[in-house]
Design a protein around this ligand. Structure first.
Ligand code: NAP
Length: 252
């Protein structure tokens, strides 16, 4: 990988000390961006920052639980300290409960919507003053193929990801006159801790049978698509929800 499409850009990637977020941070930095990485646990932030800086990448880490207003504020202050913000990747999500959508407890529903939807919305809103200063502002949400084709056992989580698809459409129209693009990536089944319940053990074979390409995705299968949307190559793409899922069915 030898592209330099993001030289001079500054990016925030939330939930980026592991899994898909880590791969996105690594890819954006490899393409030349200065990347602010974060997650809830200080030790994870320290480990991930060390790993990426050891590879010569320009990354800066801090703790940020996306549902905490104070943490989000510090995230944008950090970006400002480093020169502003061009790219916001909102990647954090939780799924505290497995089950059908109408079996979800109110507590879990609130947590899912608080982290997956409301925090993504607030991050985008709070990023705007800095993105408006950029020549090529980008907002990229990490949704899920479950937002298009709900997973039976991830009912409420799937609905939260559908909400992000709508947010993309509405925000893209609002921000188009300011040349800020808004898109999402909808990953299929990607091998991370989050997906381990369906990529290992008894569920593995059924999960694989749903993927025409015959394999689970890897975090770097997602990060390349994010880099495309973040770069000038993606400058005429807005309001889109890009499925990266090995051919899994994805019609809403
Ligand atoms: P993962 O491997 O479990 O990584 C989770 C990362 O998020 C860790 O760095 C964790 O660090 C951080 N994190 C968790 N809650 C957070 C919070 N409230 N605020 C800030 N950071 C938080 O998960 P993943 O599979 O990469 O998932 C990333 C995104 O992709 C999610 O939006 C998920 O819905 C989406 N997605 C995943 C798949 C899949 O198959 N894996 C498919 C479709 C969509 P700390 O513990 O230190 O906070």
């Amino acid at each position: 990988m030898s592209l330099n499409r993001l030289v001079g850009r500054i990016a925030i990637v939330t939930a980026s000390t592991d899994g898909i977020g880590f791969a996105i941070a690594e890819r954006l930095a490899k393409e030349g961006a200065k990347v602010i990485i974060s997650s809830r646990k200080a030790q994870n932030v320290e480990d991930a920052t060390k790993k990426l800086t050891k590879d010569g990448l320009n990354v800066h880490g801090l703790v940020c639980h996306v549902a905490k207003a104070e943490d989000r504020k510090r995230l944008f202050a950090e970006a400002e300290k480093h020169g502003g913000l061009d790219i916001l990747v909102s990647n954090a999500a939780v799924n505290p409960e497995v089950g059908g959508v109408l079996d979800c407890s109110e507590t879990s529903w609130d947590k899912i919507f608080d982290v997956n939807v409301k925090s993504s919305y607030l991050l985008a809103k709070e990023a705007l003053p800095l993105l408006r200063e950029s020549k090529a502002g980008r907002i990229i949400f990490i949704s899920s193929i479950g937002g298009l084709q709900p997973f039976n056992l991830l009912g409420a989580y799937s609905v939260s990801k559908t909400a992000l698809l709508g947010l993309v459409k509405a925000a893209a129209i609002q921000l188009a006159p300011e040349n800020i693009t808004v898109n999402s990536i909808c990953p299929g089944i990607i091998e991370t801790k989050f997906a381990s319940a369906i990529t290992t053990g008894p569920a593995k074979d059924f999960s694989l049978s749903q993927i025409p390409l015959g394999r689970f995705g890897r975090p770097h299968d997602v990060s390349g698509s994010v880099a495309f949307l973040a770069s000038d190559d993606g400058s005429f793409v807005t309001g889109e929800n890009l499925v990266v899922a090995g051919g899994m069915s994805s019609r809403l």
